[in-house]
Ligand binder design. Sequence first.
Ligand SMILES: [Ca+2]
Ligand SMILES: [Ca+2]
Length: 392
Amino acid sequence: MMAKDSTTSSKVILLVLLIAHLALVSADDGLLLNGDFESPPPNGFSTETAGMEPTVIPSWTSKGNVELVESSQRQGAMILVIPGGRHAVRLGNDAEISQDLKLEKGSIYSITFSSARTCAQLESLNVSVPGASQTIDLQTVYSVHGWDSYAWAFEAEDDDVLVTFRNPGMEDDPTCGPIIDDIAIKKLFTPQKPKDNAVINGDFEEGPWMFSNSSLGVLLPTNLDEEMTSLPGWTVESNRAVRFVDSHHYSVPQGKRAVELLSGKEGIVSQMVETKPDKEYTLTFNLGEAGDQCQQPLAVMAFAGDQAQTIHYTPDSNSSFQTASLNFTAKADRSRVAFYSVYYNTRSDDRTSLCGPVVDNVRVRGASAAWRVGLNGLSLTIGLGLFMLVTA
Ligand SMILES: [Ca+2]
Ligand SMILES: [Ca+2]
């Protein structure tokens, strides 16, 4: 009897631990509480009372003209764009929503969110936590659906972090303002640098949260701080974003994740890699197509140290990617590796959505002694062959 009781109680303890563990995990990675704005407010969803009284949004604190909007809701002649499900939130002039997150002090997190603009004017969205903030320009709509997902990274200064989304705009029409939906968070870790590769996260497997239905990928906007990036190791040094894509919705050369380059030379992803001055290196990477009906031709400009080369996408008939390489001699103890799309590509079906070449599996390897011996051996053989040809 005693034995049975103790087995039962240990099972209960195990179950409690498991639930506690699951609760911790869900608090860390994935959708924020009511991050999809589908939880009904105390008085239910209603567009009747919109603007009459402050909107109560479960799990969120709001300030200013914040409105829960519904799919099929009209604004003038236009039907509002709802990125996911049936509901989203719209921020009027200077309005904001915020939520307190329990995080781990000192860790780096990436927030993924979807946003659409409602008016033709320039709209932007500011996302902030104590000590960090970024304003994301919504002027460029990258997809024909009228909304995009974005990611933004920050370091948690405390265990309690208030994340705020604010519309910094002051439009004449107070019903204008960005729509937000599907807000999720992911704790990032920086992969170790592999022994035979100077590139960190060269396979792009570590990155921002992606929903399983992220059919539009996640845009990574300008980010000049290499420590605070949603794509560990990499920076987006251009005005325009690059797209993080997954293998469930796109062709990815290696693993489950890769980047798709957009907007021609306005979308640049780069990394400073450790090198030894005067040493020879080879940059290799996979160049592919995303399988999103992107209009060809596709090509990248690849940079490695002081070398740059245009590489056109010309794969074998039954492959969606090829391997390209570029040799360089390092001039310093850090060398820049960078990529941008040579062309400004759009999808062939809608001719509007931005697309471009996919880059994955980026490696920078030093030319090893063994490789040089091999090369010398090869040139000796060729030299001998030539000598024999000449003397024959
Ligand atoms: Ca929603
Ligand atoms: Ca990959």
